[in-house]
Structure formats: C-alpha cells, structure tokens
Design a protein around this ligand. Structure first.
Ligand code: HMG
Ligand code: MG
Length: 296
C-alpha cells in the first residue's frame, strides 16, 4: 500500500541552477533557499563545491552557505573530491552529498575520472566527511539509461549503491539523469537493490521529466516502498554534462500528486509555487511545473 508520509528532497538551487548559464545573484539564491525551507521542505540542497571552472554558476558556494544561518544541517552541499570537502568544511557545511555514475562514459564527462576512480574518490570523501562528523548522502547518476551507452543494467547500479552505503552514505539517490526510465523499470531497479542488500528505506529516487514519465515513476517508487523523492522548485535543472538532460521533476507537481494521494509532506504548495516563480522569472524562463503554470 501507499505510505502516509514521504519526504521531498529539494534540489532546485543545486541541480536546478548548475545548468543555467545566466549567473543568478548570490542574494537571490539565499532568498530562494530560505523560502523553500520556510515552505516546510526539511532538506534543501544548497549548492556544490565543485570546480568553478566546470560549474561557474555555483562558484559562490561559500557565500551562499554564509547567508543561511547557523544551522546548516537542512542544507546539504554536493562535493566531488577532497578539495571540495575542504571548501565545504571551511564554509561550515554539516551535510554533504557525494556523486558517482553508474556508467563509464558519464563518469568521465561529469568528473573527468573513470567510474572506478570516481567511486574511490566518493568513498574517500565519505570517510573524511564522516570523520568530521558530517552526514553523507550518495547520488548515483544514469541509473536507467545513458545517452552514450544506452540501457543501464540494474545490477551495475545496485553494486554502486551498495558501495556507497558501505562507505557510510545514509541514503542513495538513484538518478534518472536523462529521464528515460519508465514505471516497470523503477520497480525492477528497487527490487534489484533489495536483492543487493540495499534496503528500500535507504533508497531515494531522483527523476527528470524529459520524457514525461517522472510522476508515473514516483508512483511506481511509492508502490515499491520508496519514501524519499528528489524534486526541483519550478522544475528547473538539467545537467550541463549530460547532453539531453532537461529539468528535474517539479516540486510543485510532486506535491500536488502526493496531496491527492493523501500523503503528508508538511510542505506548503503555495509557498513553493511563489519561490519557484521568482526564480524562473529571474532566469527569464517559463516555469517547467505544470501545477505552477495551472495555478498561475
Ligand atoms: P579536473 O579538471 O579533472 O580537476 O576536474 P583537477 O583535479 O585536475 O583540478 C583542476 C583545477 O580545479 C585545479 O585548479 C584544482 O585545484 C581545481 P588549478 O590548479 O587549475 O587552479 N579544483 C577545484 N576547485 C574548487 N573546488 C573543487 C575543486 N577540485 C579541483 N572541488 C573535477 C575534476 C571533479 C574537479 C570536475 O570534474 C568537477 O568539478 N566536476 C563536477 C561537475 C558537476 O558538478 N556536475 C554536476 C553534478 S552531478 C549531477 O548533476 C547528477 C545528479 O544531480 C543526479 C542526477 O541527476 O543524475 C547528482
Ligand atoms: Mg538531476
């Protein structure tokens, strides 16, 4: 059956903004993050401590964290390597996310490392972060299909997930980076994780709506027992290193469906709509959320 509550992990300020060319002012990023927290989202990923040459939009990561108040636990940050972790620690981060690819090609395009090197880097960053008392989330990208390699074997994904859990990640977020996954594939992927000793309560799902499948995939995830879903206010996002990747599942659309199913999230939809509208208008783009567009 369906759960009575789920958590929504907001990624708009990080996964959303990383692909945007026009630089958003630091104060606007801070305002966006605070508004999303204020709307009731418990976890709002704030930024990335990646190479500013690779992702210029997020070069102000330390300044963004400095504007978020004293408790940074609700604001995890993405880190690719030890240098990123050092920067995150200096900025006061208490929660980090590490990321690896299920496929070889994307590991090289996104991190300039082989898949094996990327996994080792993530494991070493996780170990250092745990030593420093931080919490660690793991992301796995290209869990369904890869633009260069085609369909991705669920076993390969589950092995990577298992390695991240062994490295101390409290949860792995399985990314459908290019949005090609469908509902049956979601169910199968979760089953394969269970078979690899990755319990469903440490699995989160991260969908992109490129092929219009994101909500159907969330529903399949709910039925398979998943209780955490990533989403982006205004549906902003994409990955600059993943070719055809478009926006993430919009937080507004996810909330609408969950509310309709009687599932508690503790999030105020109107406040998310307002935060998403301000950010998409700053970006000079229409909202990617069907719900936000319909509510006007
Ligand atoms: P590289 O060019 O191979 O790096 O990039 P390097 O180690 O050779 O270093 C080159 C320069 O970058 C050096 O500086 C380093 O100090 C500096 P220089 O000596 O030339 O002045 N450097 C850094 N500076 C600041 N912060 C750092 C850092 N590291 C090195 N952390 C690297 C390798 C991993 C750095 C690069 O490939 C990188 O930053 N990649 C991140 C790309 C990214 O952010 N991708 C998007 C996130 S993942 C995603 O979107 C998927 C996800 O959302 C889920 C889904 O949708 O599937 C999670
Ligand atoms: Mg994403």
């Amino acid at each position: 059956g369906l759960p009575t509550s789920v958590s929504v992990y907001e990624v708009g300020a990080r996964d959303g903004l990383q692909a945007e060319i026009g630089i958003v002012a630091t104060e606007e990023k801070i305002r966006f993050l605070l508004a999303l927290r204020d709307a009731g989202l418990r976890t709002v990923e704030a930024t990335s401590f990646v190479s500013p040459r690779w992702v210029p939009q997020l070069a102000d990561a330390a300044e963004v964290l400095a504007g978020l108040g004293d408790d940074l636990a609700p604001y995890p940050v993405l880190v690719p390597n030890q240098r990123g972790l050092e920067r995150a620690l200096e900025a006061g981060a208490t929660a980090v996310a590490v990321f690896v690819s299920a496929t070889e090609t994307f590991a090289q395009r996104n991190l300039n490392m082989t898949r094996g090197q990327a996994l080792e880097a993530a494991q070493s960053v996780a170990a250092s972060a745990l030593d420093a008392g931080l919490t660690v989330r793991g992301y796995v990208s290209m869990c369904f299909g890869d633009p260069w390699e085609g369909r991705v074997a669920p076993q390969a994904v589950a092995e990577v997930s298992r390695s991240l859990i062994d490295a101390g990640a409290y949860e792995v977020s399985l990314g459908d980076t290019i949005g090609v996954g469908t509902a049956g594939h979601v169910r199968h992927l979760v089953d394969v994780h269970r078979a690899h000793d990755v319990p469903v309560d440490s699995v989160a799902l991260h969908f992109h709506d490129t092929y219009g499948q994101a909500l159907a995939n969330v529903h399949a995830g709910l039925q398979a027992g998943v209780r955490c879903f990533d989403a982006s206010a205004g549906g902003i996002g994409g990955c600059p290193f993943a070719g055809t990747a478009t926006g993430n599942l919009a937080t507004e659309d996810l909330l609408w469906m969950l509310t309709g199913l009687g599932i508690e999230t503790g999030v105020d939809l109107a406040q998310v709509v307002a935060a998403g509208a301000r950010m998409t208008s700053l970006l000079g783009k229409p909202t990617q959320s069907r719900v936000a567009a319909a509510l006007g």
